[in-house]
Design a protein around this ligand. Sequence first.
Ligand code: AMP
Ligand code: MG
Length: 402
Amino acid sequence: MLTVAEALKQIQESLSPIAPESVPITEAHQRICRQELRARENSPLFDNSAMDGYALKAEDTLSASKTAPVSLKIIDKIPAGTIASSELSAGEACRIFTGAPTPKGANAVIMQEDTEVQGDIVAIHREVACKENVRFAGEDITTDEILYESGDVLDAGAIGVLAAQGFTEILVGPKPKVAVIPTGDEIVELGQKLEPGQIRNSNAHMLAAQIERSGANATQGAIACDTLDALRQTLNESAKGSDLIITCGGVSVGEFDLVRNIVESEGQKVFWKVAVKPGKPLLFGYFRDTPLIGLPGNPVSAFVCFELFVRPAIEKLMGEKQNQNQFCSATLTQSVKPNKKRTEYLRGVYQIKNGEACVEPHLKQGSGHLRSITHINTLIEIPPGNEVLQTGTRVKIIILKN
Ligand code: AMP
Ligand code: MG
């Protein structure tokens, strides 16, 4: 059996990012940047005032104080969006507002709270340092500086900076098309009456939500019955136009678990079985040329394996460079008995208590216990072992992007 890390590595190495597309900046939020984006211009573009006040020459204000103010002549008024009409000379000041270009000849701005105006004379109540309250051209960003690289996530800050730089179209990773195929003779679509022994198709809806949350588009395939023909037909339909197929159920060792057979005969099996709990029978391969991840049918296994394997796979398809699971550490608030052979991922709640990161596993951890995926925000990694992990043990957790 592969370890979780080995399995993930095999998935990541098999997949390559899909060809990028150009989108308007209004659609670029949360997408993966797929080009190097360099600053087109300085930011700020021109020297400007950081305050509402008066632009002046700092050397004119030497030893100015409230009791012995320096008087300067106001020669101009510069609201934001305009420019000064003349250059400033010694003994002069310009009324200026935040964001307005500082006039030639000025090297500082005094805030209006430190002045007093009478007619066209402003009394300066304190000494002003050269460069004070001036935002200089290029002090924030200089032309040609790298802003984002291929693989970076375009977050809200990125959208702000790129809009400020005048970018209207950006090359990004497309949203992968991920087909979800539930399998099982007992599975019934929502809204239909359940006959004895049948259960609702909850997984497909849960997985579609996880897919959308990962930045991909989910398409729902029909529920495939547990026959080779039915499975082959549904997979055939779903493979068309999909970047990735996710099946759930039918990957275990029972006689009705046929997904692996189909993958072996109509494509390629890359691996089957991972030393993970829940989710041991995880399958990865290809149906014809389309990559396929076969998730176990138990809802909790499907949920956990999606987070461990499918989300990073989707991130890889989008071209995200940070496409590994991100771990941090937290303190267990309960003791935990590890599995002897498999790395276990307990569902739990992470929170800060008295300044310390703590994590509490859900009480019910069975792979059939749907309760354990409610009101959680983390997966707790418990490496295989024989020793009980006592309360207070530091463990690794994955914070869910739920
Ligand atoms: P399997 O791996 O096909 O043996 O399925 C394992 C368990 O998961 C069984 O109890 C199935 O009924 C259940 N299961 C499979 N598919 C789904 C689904 N789409 N929604 C909810 N439960 C499912
Ligand atoms: Mg089944």
